[in-house]
Design a protein around this ligand. Sequence first.
Ligand SMILES: CC(C)(COP(=O)(O)OP(=O)(O)OC[C@H]1O[C@@H](n2cnc3c(N)ncnc32)[C@H](O)[C@@H]1OP(=O)(O)O)[C@@H](O)C(=O)NCCC(=O)NCCS
Length: 178
Amino acid sequence: MHFRKLVGNKCYLSPLSVEDAEQCTAWLNDLEVVRNLSRVSAVIGLDAEREALEKIGREHNYAIVDLATEAMIGVCGFFDTDRLNGTAELGIFIGDKAYWSRGYGREAMTLLLRYGFDYLNFENVLLRVYSFNARAIESYKRVGFREMGRRRRALKRERQFFDVIYMDITPEDLSGDA
Ligand SMILES: CC(C)(COP(=O)(O)OP(=O)(O)OC[C@H]1O[C@@H](n2cnc3c(N)ncnc32)[C@H](O)[C@@H]1OP(=O)(O)O)[C@@H](O)C(=O)NCCC(=O)NCCS
């Protein structure tokens, strides 16, 4: 069951729950999706994912749900939150590949960041992305993230080295055009 907590034009964000574990497990075993994430080298079974969701579901992690069909299409959230300094890191994946490059990622991140800046009092949100992930980088830039640096050749994937790009965003940077 999903709840319309943060609502946009295409999608809404609903608190992630253990009920979402089966869907997440399926996506996280799809190499085309998970090769973009650090979890590609983990074994992700249903029990482990249920446990993980029980833990992270109490923090600001959300299912991304298509408004038109009510289908869950992905997950996004904050982690490594520092309440004292108002910082956090953002993570996102759209597991349903039919929804890639249709603006859903941009809208979901904008909804999440607006909430983070307005109600969680964040001042700076960080993300890390692999240099081969052009779609993600483009989407992040459209949201308002800026590259702040890159850790060179810090990722070895598919027998090649890539950079890990660090991007950050402040409340003023957040683009309104999601
Ligand atoms: C990364 C992700 C969240 C982005 O969300 P999305 O909804 O697919 O992306 P958006 O539609 O918001 O933006 C993608 C942009 O990249 C562009 N794009 C797509 N493929 C591209 C490519 N190969 N090179 C450059 N730009 C590309 C699109 O045209 C679009 O730009 P536009 O809106 O100006 O036309 C989503 O694709 C995803 O979850 N991918 C798999 C997992 C992943 O990579 N997670 C992120 C890990 S850091």
